[in-house]
Design a protein around this ligand. Structure first.
Ligand code: N2P
Length: 357
């Protein structure tokens, strides 16, 4: 009997210790309900000081995690088992997530700062009435290049990149739609083409670019180009802006065949535990001073009209990064091409990456 009691006591104590340990782990990872908020964003896409400011203002602790593609982010959210309260998908990903029931409708009464967003960024076709998504940053895809390293040569088109003199000079952003899109645009096809013969043609054209491609990289592309490790980068506009601040010899161009216009947005995924806090965070990021600080820090273009007043003129008036959208007609927004077609784009991109090895 005594042994039995001892055994029970041992089991009981172990269980208590485990319980304590689990609750400790939860609180240290922040999953303790109303007082924490888990934000899932692109890498290098927020000023860390703003996270601190939000924590101070609200008493909510932020757990900050990053991803490097819409595809990776969507897979993780669809799988479940996470507690992301805010995420930042691009437009076609908002549409896909909506379709898959992965988003929580927003309560606009908790987002009074929404009034500062320029109306031309609201009510877009991927989310009419902004029921699920709030604009965060916008921009284009284009070519950043170093004229000095190219003997003064100017780059104006995608097709310039196939020049034999550019061996090992190009870095590509690690994005399926961006890279396949460059292949499509170079052939004057749409960025939303679903004709498999056209897509195969684009993939073959990209394979022919391989000798000129030094690497396919993530956020480190900024440092590599600014440090002149390569003369050319295919990049998102905001990354180019940051590189140009670092190295003023660089220039950025949206190729004449056409390119992508994108919109990134804050959403509340179905995995959210702190919906109240998520609205507070979104509203905080919409505050014009915060939005301006964020835009200045990350280099991307803000859709917040009022924030532009707080940005240095040389940023807000730079037409490379704040183009007049009414006067450009060769930009296309990615569409949600459906699960199977998006998977096909990913497959082609993977094959292209393998081909390089
Ligand atoms: C920032 C990535 C920007 C994403 N590192 C463009 N949609």
């Amino acid at each position: 009997m005594k042994k039995l009691i001892q055994a029970f006591a041992a089991v009981f104590l172990t269980a208590m210790a485990l319980l304590y340990f689990v609750s400790y782990l939860n609180s240290s990872q922040g999953y303790s309900g109303d007082n924490t908020l888990t934000v899932y964003n692109w890498g290098d896409y927020i000023d860390p000081e703003l996270i601190e400011k939000f924590e101070k203002e609200t008493g909510i602790k932020v757990i900050y995690q990053t991803f490097d593609s819409n595809e990776a982010m969507m897979t993780k959210i669809a799988q479940g088992g996470t507690t992301f309260d805010v995420a930042v998908p691009s437009e076609y990903a908002v549409s896909k997530m909506k379709e898959e029931g992965l988003l929580v409708p927003l309560d606009h009464s908790k987002l009074p700062n929404l009034k500062y967003i320029n109306p031309r960024f609201l009510n877009l076709s991927f989310d009419p009435e902004n029921q699920y998504s709030i604009p965060y940053f916008w921009g284009t895809v284009g070519i950043v290049y170093n004229p000095d390293m190219l003997g003064g040569k100017k780059i104006t088109s995608w097709n310039d990149l196939w020049d034999k003199d550019l061996r090992n000079q190009i870095l590509l952003v690690d994005g399926a739609r961006e890279v396949i899109g460059m292949g499509l645009n170079s052939l004057h096809y749409s960025l939303n083409d679903t004709n498999k013969a056209h897509l195969q043609e684009a993939k073959q054209k990209l394979d022919a670019l391989t000798p000129n491609v030094k690497a396919i990289v993530g956020d480190e592309i900024k440092m590599l180009i600014a440090n002149e490790e390569a003369a050319i980068g295919v990049v998102w506009s905001g990354d180019a802006a940051e590189m140009i601040w670092e190295n003023e010899k660089l220039d950025y161009v949206v190729p004449k065949e056409g390119s992508n216009l994108w919109f990134d947005n804050m959403v509340i995924p179905k995995t959210a535990k702190n919906i109240e806090g998520a609205h507070k965070f979104i509203n905080f990021m919409l505050d014009p001073k915060n939005a301006a600080q964020n835009a200045e820090y990350v280099g991307y273009s803000t859709p917040n009209e009022k924030a532009l007043e707080y940005l240095p003129k040389e940023i807000a008036n730079d037409e490379r990064f704040y183009p007049d959208l009414d006067s450009i007609d060769n930009l296309e927004v990615y569409e949600n091409l459906g699960k199977r077609m998006l998977a096909y784009y990913n497959e082609l991109f993977l094959e292209f990456k393998m081909h390089r090895k």
